[in-house]
Design a protein around this ligand. Structure first.
Ligand code: ZN
Length: 79
């Protein structure tokens, strides 16, 4: 899969990347929702570069553990 195919698995909206909040509003995808027991639901968003990086980490971890890698789930626990 190439970069664009992976990016196409996500919905992109302007927002702040969790790793690069200083960049301001960029195209971001929601990768995680945190539901604290108290307080508001928090969504974690990542920019294109960070999504690709997270996907690569998942791919490496999947092959290391002998499990199937399925793109489109950056930010979710693999195992
Ligand atoms: Zn980023």
């Amino acid at each position: 899969m190439d970069r664009q195919q992976i990016l196409d698995l996500y919905e992109w909206h302007p927002g702040a990347c969790f790793r690069h909040p200083a960049k301001g509003d960029v195209a971001t995808a929601q990768i995680k929702t945190i539901r604290p027991r108290v307080g508001e639901v928090e969504t974690i968003r990542a920019c294109e570069d960070c999504v690709i990086e997270l996907e690569q980490e998942r791919w490496v971890e999947a092959s290391r553990n002998g499990v199937d890698y399925q793109p489109g789930h950056a930010g979710e626990a693999l195992l």
